[in-house]
Design a protein around this ligand. Structure first.
Ligand code: ADP
Length: 389
């Protein structure tokens, strides 16, 4: 690079220097190259050189007290850096400059620079202003970065605390849900073993044991579905919706706790076939109908309405049960979320571990469908599955 070219670059960086001064600096400058990734100045190390970038891009990092490297600036051709070393004797670099791409620089050492600076107070002022700006900017960015990290850490702690709370509630619910049938099974088996249940009572006792085992198997299966559903692929086929709905209603009736339920069916005529995963949709509809019965008074009927609306099939489950407050309606689709938890009620009135709706939502969304709820506390709820045809 010729002296004239160097002078042009230096003039760009220090516009107030006269031709003589630029000439002296250009003559004193060394041209250096740094491959991508190489460090030009390292924070904390002594430095006696000012750099003017001719070509390439640099990044400026400041290491915080915690040892984090925060990128506070980038450098373009004509920018200069390392000026503090020239102004303050014996000082160390306040930031690390790294080549972001291959870089070419003019390096000017302290001695020739100070000779010129002595005759050009404007140059010193210019550098002092730049230096203050750099330091202020670095501080501002480091503080901003630290604040952001602080916020992220606080959020992570809050998330962890919420997860821990949910985990505890889940373990409590699960142990309750397991202990109740197990205690019953244990009681019956002890009596049978001691020969205290015989004759006509024996089939009744065994029936109760069987029902409780079935309850636990169903719950374990649901838990497995929740954990495996991300991994399994759905199996799509043409489904006759009416058959599916009737099958699910029968399943719910087959559950001894819900055998009493009145479930009425309203089905549009000539419903088209639906392309979907039968096992998955069975689970989803089962969860809605079971909830409808579970969260309703003993003798209240649950309506299931199926109709085609435009290019969608709508499956509605309508109950006149306890309802769900508006602020809870989005949460109930989260795994393990139960109103009984959020309302911190001591008594567990309703069976369940809070996964039916999350399974239903997951399956419906895998069909590109939606699941919606409208509900009024003490009046009832309507859950709707909308599936595209
Ligand atoms: P589970 O019924 O096992 O608790 P779900 O995931 O099916 O789990 O439902 C989550 C929660 O949503 C329930 O615990 C209940 O608080 C609320 N919920 C669901 N369906 C209804 C409904 N039909 N009426 C009132 N609350 C409901």
């Amino acid at each position: 690079m010729t002296i004239t070219e160097r002078k042009q670059i230096l003039k760009h960086a220090f516009p107030r220097l006269d031709d003589d001064a630029l000439h002296t600096l250009a003559t004193a400058a060394r041209q250096e190259t740094y491959p991508t990734g190489e460090v030009l100045c390292a924070q904390g190390e002594p430095g006696q050189t000012l750099y003017v970038l001719i070509a390439g891009k640099t990044a400026v990092y400041v290491e915080t007290d915690e040892g984090n490297n925060v990128m506070v600036n980038t450098g373009q051709p004509h920018d200069y850096f390392g000026e503090m070393a020239l102004l303050v004797e014996g000082t160390v670099r306040s930031a690390t400059i790294r080549a972001q791409t291959d870089c070419t620089v003019l390096a000017i050492d302290r001695k020739p620079f100070l000779q010129i600076a002595d005759q050009n107070p404007a140059l010193l002022r210019h550098l002092a202003v730049q230096l203050t700006d750099h330091l202020r900017n670095n501080d501002r960015l480091v503080i901003h970065e630290l604040r952001q990290k602080n916020r992220a850490i606080k959020q992570t702690y809050a998330d962890l605390a919420a997860q821990e709370q949910m985990r505890r509630e889940f373990v409590t619910t699960l142990s309750h849900e397991l202990r109740t049938p197990l205690t019953s099974i244990q009681g019956y088996l002890q009596l049978i073993n001691k020969g205290m249940i015989q004759g006509e009572s024996l089939p009744v006792a065994l029936d109760s044991v069987t029902r409780n085992v079935e309850k636990m198997v169903a719950m374990t299966n649901n838990l497995l579905v929740l954990y495996e559903m991300q991994l399994t692929t759905l199996e799509f086929s043409q489904i006759t919706i009416a058959d599916l709905v009737v099958k699910v209603v029968r399943q719910v009736h087959d559950t001894p706790d819900y055998a009493h339920a009145t479930i009425s069916l309203e089905m549009g005529a000539q419903l088209p076939k639906l392309y979907g995963d039968e096992a998955g949709l069975t689970l989803a509809l089962h969860a809605l109908i079971e909830n409808g019965v579970k969260f309703s008074p003993y003798d209240a009927a649950v309506r299931v309405r199926v109709q085609q609306v435009g290019q969608e099939i709508r499956l509605e489950v309508i109950d006149k049960g306890i309802g769900i407050p508006a602020e809870e309606q989005t949460h109930i689709f989260e795994p393990f979320y139960r109103l009984e938890h959020s309302q911190k009620s001591e008594v567990k009135l309703f069976a369940g571990i809070g996964i039916g709706l999350s399974i239903a939502k997951f399956i419906v969304e895998r069909h590109n469908g939606r699941i919606e709820v409208t509900s009024t506390p003490n009046e009832g709820s309507t859950f709707t599955i909308c599936l595209p045809l």
